[in-house]
Design a protein around this ligand. Structure first.
Ligand SMILES: [Zn+2]
Length: 145
């Protein structure tokens, strides 16, 4: 089995009740044969801090943002706008985005929206363990202003 990326398809059939296509491929360089399962639908994935991949869930992002913004005086549509910002990290060429990038995007959006919500989200996202974490984050906010 070589590292060639040139392959030809020698057989192609529907699999997983039509959710993917099973392709039998042959390497043009060395004639090694292998099977691929190609999913027709695009599946955005999130790479967690421990490197595990999990399907991107807009609902999960929305829940985190709603929790941070609970009872805060922000305009209607703020939550959806922030969820959309997170979703827009994915594109046709980008099906895997790190959880850190999503968290940073939400944090940037919240810091421009509401300081309390920003700190709430940061405390969960950055695993704050004590008052000093909040003080450091407050100082960082002040520096940006
Ligand atoms: Zn080969």
């Amino acid at each position: 089995m070589c590292r060639s990326i040139d392959t030809k398809v020698i057989d192609s059939r529907s699999a997983e009740n039509g959710r993917s296509i099973r392709r039998r491929r042959e390497c043009i360089e060395c004639a090694h044969r292998f099977t691929t399962f190609e999913r027709a639908s695009y599946q955005p994935l999130v790479r967690k801090r421990d490197d595990r991949l999990e399907p991107f869930s807009a609902d999960k992002v929305r829940a985190g943002i709603e929790q941070a913004l609970a009872d805060r005086p922000v305009p209607a549509g703020t939550v959806e706008a922030l969820v959309l910002q997170a979703e827009s990290l994915f594109g046709p060429e980008t099906s895997v985005v790190s959880a850190a990038a999503i968290g940073d995007t939400v944090l940037a959006g919240l810091s421009a929206t509401d300081e309390v919500a920003y700190l709430r989200f940061a405390s969960v996202y950055k695993d704050f363990t004590g008052a000093s974490d909040f003080e450091r984050e407050m100082a960082a906010i002040k520096d940006r202003q």
